[in-house]
Write a protein that binds this ligand. Structure first.
Ligand code: ADP
Length: 168
């Protein structure tokens, strides 16, 4: 298993799955969520609506999987990161759960390459350095990590890219 670092737009990544930093409604939003739905087309939203009708959205820390529609990836794994609230609302554990549950879902679907954005580090304001530490730590310690070929961290901005570069 290789860990890779890429600077750029996750919607361009040809992986078995790209991860979306969604919100609990699963109906789309801003940031990476907006980009994925915009470029992936309506098939993604249609599957999100089916999941919503079945289980009423997605709770913080949990993950669901849909088609990637028109994107080069095969699947989108939607996870809902915690909103940063100063650190006293279990944010670290919830962010850890996001990465872990995405990996678990990917493992169950026999996926080999997964690309992650910096979940919660945009509109949800989780501190970028702390979030990167949790992301790397969770991925490295995932019990079935050897089942994957490549895990890719996709950084959209220079600051995040530098943080990951240092940590990796
Ligand atoms: P959240 O609500 O979980 O904070 P955001 O989408 O606002 O989600 O931001 C999560 C991270 O994704 C941020 O670091 C942001 O810079 C980054 N991001 C935004 N657009 C893209 C994109 N197209 N590809 C990869 N990362 C992106």
């Amino acid at each position: 298993m290789k860990i890779e670092l890429v600077k750029g737009d996750i919607t361009t990544i040809k992986a078995d799955a790209i991860v979306n930093a969604a919100n609990s409604s699963l109906l789309g939003g801003g940031g990476v969520d907006g980009a994925i739905h915009r470029k992936g087309g309506k098939a993604i939203l249609e599957e999100c609506i089916l999941i919503r009708n079945r289980q009423g959205g997605c709770a913080t820390g949990h993950a669901v999987i849909t088609t990637a529609g028109l994107l080069p990836a095969k699947f989108v794994i939607h996870t809902v990161g915690p909103v940063w609230n100063g650190g006293s609302k279990n944010e670290d554990k919830l962010l850890h759960d996001c990465y872990k549950n995405c990996l678990q879902l990917a493992f169950e679907h026999h996926l080999k390459t997964i690309a992650f954005p910096g979940i919660s580090t945009g509109i949800y304001h989780f501190p970028k350095d702390k979030a990167a530490e949790i992301a790397i730590d969770t991925v490295r310690n995932f019990k079935n990590v050897k089942a994957f070929d490549r895990l890719i961290f996709v950084c959209y901005d220079e600051e995040s890219h530098e943080i990951y570069q240092k940590l990796l």
